[in-house]
Design a binder for this molecule. Structure first.
Ligand code: GRF
Length: 203
């Protein structure tokens, strides 16, 4: 069976990256992670990648005249590895027209809230401050906005009265690690179809 080629873009810890790699190494997986790219030199995710034996690149955005040039460099790496799907996992930048132009409909992101609630930074904190009883995580296709693309899958997590940002984040993260690899697998099974804002998950 030929496997789909995945690249992960990250800026930090890389726990979702690790969960996607682990899933890719399970028996019967339909994808392989070929590449990790970070915009931050000290991202722990880069070290995780080398432990997994996955090529990892730090691309320093400050060395490029603008987002287009920076993303053109990323696209070169993606194309060199024949990447089919780009997974953003804690990647702290908005995707620009260059990357979207070449990989539109083939970029996923994970966000630690039930979108469209609490997009952007500190989603778990936003949820606690608002006082919601249920939060969770969302995997969505990426468009030009901040966490605005078509939603593929969501997992709810109950908020407890004594939750702190740390405790809620920890429980949400457990669900992130389950949800994201499942969506990647659905993508390569050809089961995701984007119709406007709706993603149909086929049988
Ligand atoms: C996760 O909570 C993810 O939902 C958000 O950023 C965090 C990244 O964590 N987009 P990690 O780097 O995958 O551990």
């Amino acid at each position: 069976m030929s496997k789909g080629n995945v690249a992960v873009l990250l800026s930090g810890r890389g726990s979702n990256f690790a969960s996607i790699v682990r899933a890719s190494r399970a028996r019967g997986a339909n994808f392989a992670v070929r590449l990790a790219v970070s915009d931050s030199a000290d991202a722990a995710g880069l070290k995780k990648a080398s432990r997994f034996g996955i090529p990892a690149h730090f691309i320093d955005p400050t060395l490029f005249p603008g987002k287009a040039a920076y993303e053109t460099r990323i696209c070169e790496l993606l194309e060199r590895e024949a990447i089919d799907l780009v997974c953003l996992a804690g990647y702290m930048r908005l995707v620009g027209p260059t990357l979207l132009g070449r990989y539109g409909g083939r970029i996923l992101n994970i966000h630690p809230s039930l979108l469209p609630s609490f997009p952007g930074l500190d989603a778990q904190c936003q949820a606690l401050r608002y006082g919601v009883k249920i939060s969770g995580c969302t995997v969505h296709f990426v468009d030009a906005g901040t966490d605005t693309g078509p939603i593929v899958a969501q997992q709810a997590v109950a908020v407890r009265p004594d939750d702190t940002e740390e405790s809620l984040s920890r429980r949400i993260l457990i669900q992130e690690h389950r949800l994201y690899p499942r969506v990647v697998s659905l993508f390569f099974a050809g089961r995701l179809q984007i119709r406007g804002r709706t993603v149909i998950i086929g049988k």
